[in-house]
Design a binder for this molecule. Structure first.
Ligand code: FPP
Length: 238
């Protein structure tokens, strides 16, 4: 049995780790294991999201992306979808605004056309109001990596392009203008990408943990960051 390396209490990242992304999985199981409805797991997950966002900003991360709702999540029972949408709505009324003080610049990524105009207006308002803040937070809602690439291609076609290169696609995906994620963390024990940041993840380091998202802590972030720095990124070189 080997002893798990204990991360240092205080960590600070450098330019090698600018962008961290989270697949926040395990909310439902967290609740079910406690005999509670799955919706309560999402409320707890939302609290964890705030805590982890604050911490990532504190340790010097510049960009954070969270997978909040996928294009496939609409297959869930309506009661659960409603609960997640209610949490978003509450965040848009209150928490995102409060997070401005934590230097957060919010961007909603995904196919937003599915949301009612009133919701899209709220999103646009939050994006406008936070535009000058230094810590970028991308909230992926109705997001699918394949949909994003198709969206980029259609935007390029609409511009009249008949031939495209990689830079063109990068300039038309939802995270345009931002560096690709350096580290993608998935909680909840599954080892798959689930259509998240397909284009952007080409050279990302993946970190998988069995910890369920509502239990995810600052210490867990430290562990993922330490693991990231222990890896050699070769980008196809030697
Ligand atoms: C995956 O866990 C989680 C989701 C589909 C929803 C994530 C939403 C939040 C964390 C709340 C709101 C977030 C923001 C940004 C305001 P799961 O339900 O698939 O868990 P399971 O695998 O245990 O069933």
């Amino acid at each position: 049995m080997f002893r798990k390396k204990q991360p240092k209490q205080e960590i600070h990242v450098d330019e090698r780790l600018q962008h961290i992304a989270f697949i926040m999985d395990g909310n439902g199981r967290w609740a079910q294991r406690r005999g509670m409805p799955r919706e309560l797991g999402h409320s707890q997950g939302a609290a964890t999201f705030r805590k982890i966002g604050r911490y990532c900003e504190k340790i010097g991360i510049k960009y954070m992306t969270v997978y909040a709702f996928s294009t496939e999540n609409w297959k869930r029972p309506q009661k659960e979808i409603d609960a997640i949408m209610k949490i978003f709505d509450e965040f848009m009324e209150d928490a995102f605004r409060e997070m401005y003080d934590d230097n957060v610049k919010v961007r909603f990524i995904g196919n937003l056309s599915i949301f009612p105009e009133s919701v899209r207006e709220k999103m646009a308002k939050i994006e406008r109001e936070t535009a000058e803040k230094p810590f970028s937070l991308n909230v992926a809602v109705n997001y699918g990596g394949r949909e994003e690439i198709v969206h980029a291609c259609n935007a390029l076609i609409a511009e009249g392009k008949t031939n495209v290169n990689e830079a063109d696609i990068s300039d038309h995906i939802y995270t345009f203008g931002q560096p690709d994620p350096d580290l993608i963390v998935r909680t909840g024990g599954d080892i798959r990408t689930s259509n998240f940041l397909l284009w952007q993840s080409a050279y990302a380091e993946y970190y998988f943990t069995k910890t369920l998202w509502p239990d995810y802590s600052e210490k867990d972030v430290n562990e993922a960051v330490e693991e990231f720095y222990s890896r050699k990124r070769r980008y196809g070189g030697v």
